[in-house]
Design a protein around this ligand. Structure first.
Ligand code: SF4
Ligand code: SF4
Length: 626
């Protein structure tokens, strides 16, 4: 018996995702429907399966049968090569022989689904020509013009004449990301796009429940074009060039991708790992290459640059914060920056996290105990907008006896020489991939000496952690340092577990509500967070789904309504339903901002909650910034 809810969820997922998962062989190669859903009398199933396997082997094909064996109904995805003429010929020969085999075992070509284009041509093997002729005559009585369902059942189309992939380009498309698992040797964008097998797990209407994320924009709009599948289909059409004829410049594809939140939910929740956030970044890169971009791309895509510039002159920060609260000034500024008028511009911190940390660490030597030390990543959001998160993390790490190393230049003295480290998230999400690669390369140059120490890299902001884990190695696939940094990334809970496994967090003994960051769900997982919360006596579940802000998405003009609808799917109702004693947790800056701006809820990073319970440390005394 499995009574652990997480293990139960995992088992159910095996069942729910089977139809999609089966489209990949164990070695990652592609497999397709094509010989699906036949049924034989259950008593003949064993003999049929033995013959069927022999038939597969005879054609040099592989496939794993699954289905409703008690009813004799079998599904199977087979590694047909549907891209080459030889492969399609083999698909045809195999289908004809498989049909004869099913009939020889007294079975039916379709068990529980329809015959459709794939099976119609073979029906005369089962019913005989005379009966199929009668089907034709009967249909003609009701449909003399032959307008209804042409090519299916009566006067069938050839089973190999409408194959979806025949229109895809044969040569590889030039792309920026690595797509390591798509196509032989990776890098095949067509293979990435044709991952979608259409099982529509991304088209589940809201409200959602449970930890899943995919697909918030479909739940918000209910429209196919705003689902993962709809977008995958449009990208397919873009590559095919029949209906969408202007390729990467297509306005239709851009509009369908516009409401994709880049939440990465599909990357983990789609059974075949359609990764629309990556495809969107790829599309935006090509779409706007050499052209003027929307204002939001300059304003929010280059956020780290603007925030660093403002922080250079700390006396400017209060002025900017005050101006952002004066409607007469903020209105035009938001219009200029492509920001939704309903949004409030977040406050800049009067003192950056880095400055606070330098003061705190002044005079202390960076000695570290291997196994109990982390590199603390100074992400843009913690640095400029939420330094309290970084300060809290430092206090907790110190209490747990974990040493901290900061990247070169973050302790002062080296500013201006090569710039600061940055994951490139805002450039990636707006498709500014050349800039993203420049920022990432510079980061690796700066970090290289520390990478040699093989320390975990603690990233407090989940979206930055996800970018370093996924986008960095995919955009800089030729640079081994990228893979090393990606493998070193840890969340706060993971770092504590790894570096201070014996440390007992303070007991908080209260319920929680709030948001598991969508990127954390999709890329990093929340198992360590759950364990940390349990040890601290924080009970209950955080919301799945996406908060709807998703970095720049919810701030962009035209996205406000969908952003709110996403927050109303799961997050806001769950926080409203939580009692006043509940601690509202959200490790992502976006999620905290969304909760604040849409509901006035004060959410905190788990580090802040733990640090508060620990109380002041000696280093927090007079002179320490808070
Ligand atoms: S994108 Fe949607 S329809 Fe396509 S395989 Fe994934 S869950 Fe299924
Ligand atoms: S990234 Fe998120 S919003 Fe975009 S298609 Fe995937 S699940 Fe939907």
């Amino acid at each position: 018996m499995v009574d652990d809810p997480a293990a139960q969820r995992a088992l159910w997922r095996v069942r729910e995702d089977a139809a999609g998962t089966a489209t990949r062989m164990a070695d990652g190669s592609e497999a397709w429907p094509g010989w699906e859903d036949c049924a034989v009398p259950p008593a003949r199933l064993g003999a049929y399966l033995r013959d069927f396997r022999a038939l597969l082997a005879g054609h040099g094909l592989r496939g794993t049968p699954y289905g409703h064996f008690g009813d004799g109904c079998i599904h199977v995805r087979i590694d047909f090569d549907l891209l080459s003429e030889d492969g399609v010929r083999r698909f045809r020969r195999f289908s004809e022989e498989a049909a004869a085999l099913v009939v020889a075992h007294g079975g039916s070509l379709s068990g529980e689904h329809g015959d459709g284009l794939a099976r119609s041509e073979l029906l005369s093997k089962m019913y005989g020509d005379e009966l199929v002729g009668l089907f034709r005559q009967f249909k003609d009585v009701w449909d003399p013009a032959g307008g209804m369902n042409p090519g299916v059942l009566a006067r069938p189309a050839r089973l190999d004449e409408n194959l979806r992939f025949s229109v895809l380009p044969r040569e590889r498309v030039d792309v920026a990301f690595g797509y390591p698992h798509d196509g032989p040797g990776g890098g095949d964008f067509s293979a990435a796009v044709r991952r979608c097998v259409g099982v529509a797990k991304c088209r589940v209407a809201g409200p959602s429940s449970g930890p899943g994320v995919m697909c918030p924009s479909f739940r918000a709009t209910g429209e196919e074009q705003h689902s993962t599948r709809g977008r995958a289909r449009l990208l397919h059409e873009m590559l095919a060039g029949e209906v969408v004829t202007d390729g990467w410049r297509s306005a239709e594809v851009r509009d369908a991708l516009d409401l994709c939140l880049s939440c990465k939910g599909c990357r983990s929740d789609c059974p075949v790992g359609v990764d629309m956030a990556t495809y969107k970044a790829e599309f935006l890169y090509h779409h706007y290459r050499g052209r003027r971009r929307p204002a939001a791309h300059y304003a929010m895509g280059r956020l780290p640059v603007w925030l660093r510039a403002a922080a250079q002159f700390s006396y400017v920060v209060p002025v900017l914060n005050a101006a952002a609260r004066v409607p007469l000034l903020a209105g035009p500024a938001k219009r200029l920056a492509g920001i939704a008028p309903e949004r409030t511009i977040p406050r800049l911190a009067p003192e950056t996290f880095g400055r606070w940390l330098r003061r705190r660490m002044k005079g202390r030597a960076e000695v570290f105990d291997h196994g109990r030390t982390v590199i603390l990543w100074p992400d843009t959001f913690t640095e400029h907008l939420a330094p309290s998160v970084g300060q809290a993390a430092v206090r907790v790490l110190e209490a747990a006896g974990v040493g901290i190393v900061v990247p070169p230049g973050e302790r002062g003295g080296q500013r201006g020489r090569g710039g600061r480290v940055c994951c490139g998230l805002t450039y990636v999400s707006t498709g500014q991939l050349d800039q993203a690669r420049t920022v990432m390369r510079r980061t690796l140059d700066r970090l290289e000496p520390l990478l040699d120490l093989e320390l975990p890299v603690l990233v407090l902001e989940p979206s930055c952690a996800a970018t370093l884990t996924t986008d960095l190695p995919e955009l800089l696939r030729g640079d081994p340092r990228a893979a090393r940094l990606a493998a070193s990334v840890r969340t706060f809970a993971q770092a504590l577990e790894e570096c201070a496994p014996e440390w007992e967090p303070p007991r908080l003994d209260r319920p929680v509500a709030g948001q598991t960051h969508c990127h954390q769900h999709a890329v990093l997982g929340d198992a360590a967070d759950r364990r940390l919360r349990e040890r601290a006596g924080l009970t209950g579940e955080l919301s799945g789904g996406c908060c709807g802000l998703a970095g720049n998405f919810g701030f962009e003009r035209g996205h406000y309504e969908v952003s709110v609808a996403c927050a109303e799917d799961q997050l806001l109702p769950s926080v409203r339903a939580a009692g006043p004693e509940a601690e509202v947790l959200a490790d992502g800056f976006s999620c905290r901002t969304q909760l604040d701006q849409l509901g006035g809820h004060r959410a905190r990073h788990v580090a802040e909650v733990l640090a508060e319970a620990l109380g002041e440390s000696p280093a927090d005394g007079p002179g320490a910034a808070r």
